[in-house]
Design a binder for this molecule. Structure first.
Ligand code: S3P
Length: 215
């Protein structure tokens, strides 16, 4: 496991990650957020840190369909894709613990949201418009951005989806910094949420008096 230890010493981080794994039980860590938020890149690294399987829902949908997402949208339409997405994510959530990255629209489905609540811990990777556009501009495999002005589409998605994404258990800002910095913030937020944040760096302990270090 390679760790970038900006804020925690290695032993503290290892203990923190072990506690997170233990507290999760069979639950999955589910990354949600808009296209370009870094769900796959951060999720992959987070899984590596935690020694958990990483699963990308979009890839699983493509595998199940034997088609790319672009092909599914073109041949069958978005509603068909959404139904497949719901089924695949329901199936994947049976297979926790794992880190599961979902496509940007998945959490908008109420059944999927309920399934994630029941079987996972949700993390909204929240990024601003500039960061999202910079990231999605690098690739062209997203059908929703292939029609119309990507900036206008993204702004609308931010407005429509933001209030729903905000229901996530944890919200982490996904900034334009190396992915490991975000992974580190996610690990700290998870530890706090799961009640296993007793293992903190000296600086963090000083900022939170009264917390004991786990031996
Ligand atoms: C979508 C996001 C995509 C993919 C599909 C639709 C969306 O996933 O599921 O193109 O509705 O936001 P990413 O968020 O991984 O790009």
């Amino acid at each position: 496991m390679t760790l970038r230890l900006a804020e925690h010493n290695k032993d503290d981080r290892e203990r923190q990650l072990a506690e997170i794994r233990q507290s999760l039980g069979g639950r999955s860590i589910v990354l949600i957020g808009l296209m370009g938020a870094g769900k796959t890149a951060v999720g992959r690294r987070l899984a590596n840190w935690l020694d958990l399987t990483f699963t990308d829902a979009d890839s699983e949908i493509e595998e199940a369909a034997g088609q790319t997402i672009t092909e599914i949208f073109a041949e069958h339409g978005e509603a068909y894709f959404r139904e497949g997405e719901r089924k695949v994510i329901a199936r994947l959530l049976e297979g926790g613990p794992q880190v599961l990255a979902t496509g940007g629209g998945a959490y908008m489905n109420p059944e999927t949201r309920a399934a994630i609540k029941a079987r996972g811990v949700s993390i909204w990777l929240k990024a601003d418009l500039r960061v999202l556009l910079k990231r999605v501009g690098r690739r062209d495999h997203r059908p929703l951005l292939a029609v119309g002005d990507p900036e206008a589409v993204m702004k609308k998605l931010m407005a429509d989806r933001g209030p729903i994404y905000a229901e996530a258990d944890i919200i982490v800002e996904s900034r334009d910094v190396p992915h490991d910095v975000i992974v580190s913030a996610v690990a700290d937020a998870l530890a706090a949420k799961l009640g296993c944040d007793a293992v903190l760096s000296r600086g963090a302990q000083a900022a939170k008096p009264g917390r004991k270090k786990v031996q």
